[in-house]
Design a binder for this molecule. Sequence first.
Ligand code: SF4
Ligand code: FES
Length: 241
Amino acid sequence: MVTLTIDGREVRAEEGKVLLEVARDNRIDIPALCQHDSVAAYGACRLCMVEISRKGREKLVASCLYPAEEGLVVKTDSPRVIHVRRTVTELLLARCPDSEVLQDLARKLGIERPRFSLEEGNHKCILCALCTRACEQVVGASAISLANRGTARQMATPFHAFSEACIACGTCAEICPTRAIDINDVGDTRIIVMPNVTMEFKLKQCSVCGSYWAPERQLEHIIRQAGLPDNAFDKCPDCRD
Ligand code: SF4
Ligand code: FES
């Protein structure tokens, strides 16, 4: 264990635990849009920046990546931190003016109108890579990725077309912090609307009640992974014994 100070409070933490986690353990709120416990940290959104002071030197670090150390002094709400947090929020909001999560954050930070010009169109993707990391690290499908560089950077399927690797599980939509991915089940079809592509998938019909209950591709994926018999999901959960 190590002892450090956050916002003037002395706290104990496991050595190596990242500052964001330590702060949350101590009910100190730091905004963080690209962090999720189920995937490796990535440091994309920069909203979680905090100021640290070590051996008399101060610097800004991403709290989702920086580990707790003995004697560290951390400030989560210093004027420098608030300035960076506001600027990052304004930049993200300029890219994604329709994102309610960002609008809420901006309100909390007292931002009435971002200084940067708003992009046109219905953008909600902040390029946090939570969806791509979850698709790779949790689902094991790697159906989507972040493509291109600079201003052309975007979350995309290969060639912006139907992704053969996608199993339509919806994990990407579930984990997306800005609701940039939409999922709808209509009749026998699951429709996934991503920022750059819309994909349709067949849903499996229950052999007993006839309801369409889960994407066929997702069930086939589970059958392969778990070595289950081909008919393992012929019945929906409600009609199983
Ligand atoms: S679609 Fe959502 S989860 Fe994926 S990169 Fe964009 S904001 Fe992040
Ligand atoms: S949560 Fe740390 S950079 Fe996004």
